[in-house]
Each structure stands twice: as structure tokens, then as C-alpha cells.
Write a protein that binds this ligand. Structure first.
Ligand code: SF4
Length: 573
């Protein structure tokens, strides 16, 4: 007798969204109560849509829980005015942990904000004409766009398209404005709020997060294939012809769960600039309607694409958007890195890219980078601050006459403009992990700089000094610092223990693979010495470590896995 499987029940988050589509929860009431130091578990889910994660300082857990908030701003394309920078600097100093953190999605995060300072930070960000709405949550997040003004004037049009898309897909709930700007509880007796359904996201928003990026070849500084939806600009000279559309990328996975995996987005065709917004809305709606709402680990658009295929995606998105995709046009990526130092922009002005170690802007003796950026913003109010998706800061729109003054100002704070750091540090990224991220299994931001120093020492000893290797770390497999694109990646498994991945490439077009399932942080020299030596002795002319790993080490890993005895079958239940 055949049985029809009943659909899996939806997750708790889905029920929460269904019952509270305004996303207001009881946030306003808790905010107004000075005796409370934290929000309810349900409200912490709504607050993500407002750009807030409730966390606790994990360094202090032995002595009790101290609740702190992480606030993520939404900065389209990472572009800020000098005035906005000053506001952010003030807010971090007054309410946060005295640091500004540049994220891998061109945002700035505030860490360590107490509940009592939360309202002031979010109001301050909005007063500066930026926002935190939809910076987190089951919704489209900050849209990233290539910030470097070095290659084509079409970059400005690409940025304008990204900006227009941000506003076209922003959620329409009035709760955010009501709570953080008007400082009142949303009036749920108003029928517009009582029966609220978002025109794009519906009543239950998306099954999980959604990420969009715009990139301008030949520089893949956005890691565009790690996004759910990517627009790859096709440019002739300074003219933007349109975009190749890539769908289904994403980094997150879970240890020990082979149903979850990182995936690169696939190009499904070409669209003209006037079709971008409809294609974006159609892609989001496709995820809304076909994403998994029962299992949050499987609730990413990449699994919809993997399971239903590219022909289906092209037809479904095209039908919803009223667009026929043209064949994709040729393009090439050469690098994912930023152009450090002073450079001339295509409009004749200058820009200066400054390295930020692990994205954390702070003041330490001899290197007062936070104070330096603040002073630049005050003394040169006409320049633009652009955040890169590699966690760096680009100062843009600089007239030649300001060059010497900015260089001298930065030098006063110990911030160099040339030879800013070593080649390995310059190509590295880390997620925050401990002590703020509740999901961190191992150190990341606090571990990686020291780890790179050790790898650098080893490389010099082996005669490999000066070779660039892209090295990234995360404290858990979620992949916030895009570790699965790195030539060497450390993915946290437990305190002091990491999964070791090899084989990403310089253009951000190849995923890496697990080389060792668990290594001890203390053993890094022992683990890396033999493979670096083999690279040195057997590399093709100019071959990078990641390419060597993919050519030589991957087949060996596959052969070893094939030869390994099969795991014993599970006992019958
Ligand atoms: Fe936290 Fe994991 Fe993201 Fe790191 S990768 S910030 S540990 S969720």
C-alpha cells in the first residue's frame, strides 16, 4: 500500500513571521523598559530584520551573561560621505566598543552596544541618511557593488543600478520607522498594520537570507559567485551594455552535514540595465515561493538552483520578470584583491586604498587608524569613504592637491599609504567569531593575524617569502568571510581546532576543498611545511598555491578517499 508523505512542518521562525509580518514584535515595549537588559527570544528574530543581533560577551560567560548588541548598518555599495563617517565614529565611541568593523558585505558593524544605547545608535545612523533596516534577517541584505573607480566610468552607472535596486526591494513595514525614529509602538489597530502583507516578501518574507552583488570585470572584488544573485557588468569602453546574471551562490554549510555545501553561482544569461529591477524582484519571489521553509539549514536559494537546475531557473525568473534572457556575453575576472595605495581614478581624481586588518578599525599605540579616518573626514569633507568587500577602506574623489596633506595626516597616526602590510596580511580576511558571535566554535579575528605571521615566517624559511596566498578564517562553517574561496582557509571546529581547506583561486571562480578535517592551531607549521615545500619544488612557472593544490593535491585527496574502507553500515533499527 503506498503512502503519500505529508509535507514537513514549517520551522518556528516561519510561524513567528506569519504571526508578526510587521516585524514589530514587542521590541518597542522592551526598549522603553530600563529595567530590562535584553529582548525576548522571539523579538531577537524580528530584530535581525532591523539590523540587530542580540549577543552576549562570551569572554565573560564564566562570571555571568552580559548582553550586548551587534548593529549592522546597511550601506549600499559601501559608499559613505565624510559626514556619515564622523557620525559612525561618534556612535562607535559613545555607545560601542570603540571600534568600527568593516564587513565582507561593505557594511559597518557596531559591536558591544548595550540595550540602553541601541536606540541612539539606530536613530543616529538614520539621521545620517543611512539605515540598518534589512541588514540581517530573512530578506534581501545590503547590496554590494564594486567600489574601485580605477577601471571604467561605467562603474558609476553600475553603482546607480545597485542603489536603485536596494530601494526597489526594501521591505515596506512601518515598524522600523515607528520604533527607531518615532520612538513609539506600531499602532496595530491601524488596518494598514493589522492586515499588513509586504508586496514583495509576502507575509512570511524569505525562507532565509538573500544576497545580491554588482561587479565590474576584470576585478571580482565582490566575490560575485558567492551571492544568491549576481550582476556581472558587461562594459564596452565606458559604456555599460548590461549584465550577465548569475544565480545560486552561497557559502554557508554545517559540519558533518553533506546536504549542506558552498556553491558558486551560475550565469544564466544577459539582461539590459532597464531589466535589472524586474529580474531582481522575480528572483527574490522565486526564492520566496520555492525555498525550503521547514529546514533552515537547507533554506538557501542555492539549493533551489542545485535541485531544480539552470533551465528551470532561467524560465521561472524570466517568466516572472517578463524578460527573455539573451545569451551571456564574454567576460573575464583576473583578481579579487583591492588596489592598495594611491591610484588615479578614471575621472582624473585620486583614490587611496587602506588596509584594515580583519576589517577592525581601532586605535592601538603607534597605529591610531580610527582617529586617522576621523581626522581625514573632518579635514577633507569632500572626499568619499568606500568600504570594500575585502574589509578595507577606499578614500575616493580626492583632488591632487589633497594628496600630500592626507599622506602626512595618516603618517602622524602611524598609517602608511605604501607598503602598508605584508603580502599575506594584505590578502587575508577573517570573520569576527569570538567573543561576540554566538555561533563561533573557534577564534577567527583574534587568531588570524598571528597565524599569518607564523605562516609568513615559515614561507620565508622555505624560500617562499613574497608569494601571495589568499588566506581566510571563520569561527564556524557559516562562511561569513567567504573561506571557501580562499587558497588556504581555516574553518573553526572547536576551540583551537580548524578544518583546513586548500585550492581557491585568485579570480574568485573556484571553490576550495577540505584538505584535513581537523588540525590543531598549534600544529600549523607541521601541517603546512610539507605542502608548501611540495608547491615550491613542483609548481609550474608562476603557479599560485591554490592552483597547485587544485592540480596536484585534490586528485590525491580524491584517490585517498576512494581507497579508504567504507564506513560500517548503520545497524538496522
Ligand atoms: Fe559567526 Fe560563523 Fe559568521 Fe564567523 S562565520 S561571524 S563564527 S556565524
Amino acid at each position: 500500500m503506498s503512502q503519500t508523505a505529508s509535507p514537513a512542518p514549517v520551522s518556528g521562525n516561519e510561524i513567528l513571521k506569519q504571526n508578526g509580518p510587521t516585524l514589530a514584535g514587542t521590541i518597542a515595549a522592551t526598549l522603553a523598559d530600563p529595567t530590562l537588559d535584553r529582548f525576548t527570544d522571539d523579538d531577537t528574530q524580528f530584530m535581525k530584520f532591523h539590523g540587530i543581533y542580540q549577543q552576549d560577551d562570551r569572554d565573560l560567560r564564566k562570571t555571568g551573561k552580559k548582553y550586548i548588541m551587534m548593529i549592522r548598518s546597511r550601506i549600499p555599495g559601501g559608499v559613505m560621505t565624510a559626514n556619515q563617517w564622523i557620525t559612525f565614529d561618534d556612535l562607535a565611541t559613545k555607545y560601542g566598543n570603540q571600534t568600527l568593523r568593516v564587513t565582507t558585505r561593505q557594511c559597518i558593524q557596531f559591536h558591544g552596544v548595550l540595550k540602553s544605547g541601541l536606540g541612539s545608535v539606530i536613530k543616529g545612523i538614520n539621521d545620517s541618511l543611512l539605515s540598518t533596516l534589512a541588514a540581517c534577517g530573512d530578506i534581501n541584505r545590503n547590496i554590494t557593488a564594486s567600489p574601485t573607480p580605477a577601471h571604467t566610468k561605467a562603474r558609476e552607472q553600475v553603482y546607480a543600478d545597485a542603489l536603485a535596486t536596494v530601494y526597489a526591494v526594501a521591505p515596506k513595514t512601518k515598524a522600523y520607522h515607528s520604533i527607531w525614529i518615532d520612538n513609539v509602538q506600531l499602532n496595530l489597530d491601524d488596518p494598514a498594520n493589522k492586515d499588513f502583507v509586504d508586496p514583495l516578501y509576502g507575509q512570511t518574507y524569505l525562507p532565509r537570507k538573500f544576497k545580491i552583488s554588482f561587479v565590474v570585470p576584470p576585478v571580482n572584488d565582490m566575490d560575485v559567485f558567492t551571492n544568491d544573485l549576481g550582476f556581472i557588468a558587461i562594459v564596452e569602453g565606458d559604456k555599460l551594455l548590461g549584465y550577465n546574471v548569475a544565480v545560486g551562490g552561497g557559502m554557508g554549510r554545517s559540519h558533518g552535514n553533506v546536504q549542506t555545501f558552498p556553491r558558486l553561482a551560475d550565469v544564466i544569461g544577459f539582461v539590459t540595465p532597464d531589466q535589472v529591477i524586474e529580474v531582481t524582484k522575480a528572483t527574490i519571489a522565486t526564492f520566496r515561493d520555492f525555498g525550503d521553509r521547514s529546514n533552515r539549514k537547507h533554506a538557501r536559494f542555492k539549493y533551489v538552483i542545485e535541485e531544480r537546475g539552470l533551465d528551470w531557473a532561467r524560465a521561472e525568473i524570466g517568466r516572472r520578470a517578463g524578460v527573455t534572457f539573451a545569451p551571456a556575453k564574454p567576460y573575464q575576472f583576473t583578481t579579487t584583491g583591492d588596489l592598495y595605495g594611491w591610484h588615479r581614478a578614471v575621472d582624473g581624481k585620486l583614490f587611496l586604498t587602506l588596509f584594515v586588518e580583519t576589517g577592525r578599525i581601532k586605535d592601538v599605540p603607534g597605529h591610531t587608524q580610527k582617529a586617522a579616518f576621523r581626522e581625514v573626514a573632518e579635514k577633507f569633507p569632500h572626499i568619499e569613504f568606500r568600504l570594500s568587500a575585502n574589509q578595507n577602506v577606499i578614500l575616493a574623489n580626492i583632488p591632487e592637491t589633497d594628496r600630500a596633506g592626507i599622506t602626512a595626516l595618516l603618517a602622524k597616526h602611524g598609517v602608511k599609504v605604501e607598503n602598508q602590510t605584508s603580502i599575506l596580511h594584505a590578502a587575508s580576511m577573517a570573520c569576527p567569531s569570538l567573543p561576540t558571535c554566538g555561533l563561533g566554535l573557534a577564534e577567527s579575528e583574534r587568531m588570524l593575524p598571528g597565524m599569518i605571521d607564523r605562516i609568513e615566517k615559515l614561507g620565508t624559511e622555505l624560500g617562499l617569502g613574497g608569494e601571495e596566498i589568499i588566506i581566510r578564517s571563520t569561527g564556524c562553517p557559516n562562511g561569513c568571510a567567504r573561506p571557501y574561496m580562499a587558497e588556504i582557509a581555516f574553518v573553526g571546529k572547536a576551540p583551537g581546532r580548524y578544518q583546513l581547506w586548500f585550492g581557491g583561486n585568485a579570480s574568485g571562480t573556484r571553490l576550495n576543498r577540505v584538505f584535513k578535517d581537523t588540525i590543531k592551531e598549534a600544529d600549523i607549521e607541521t601541517e603546512l611545511r610539507p605542502v608548501l615545500l611540495r608547491w615550491k619544488e613542483n609548481r609550474l612557472p608562476g603557479e599560485r598555491f591554490g592552483d597547485f593544490a587544485a592540480r596536484v593535491l585534490w586528485p590525491e585527496i580524491a584517490a585517498a578517499a576512494a581507497a579508504a574502507p567504507a564506513a560500517p553500515a548503520a545497524p538496522a533499527s
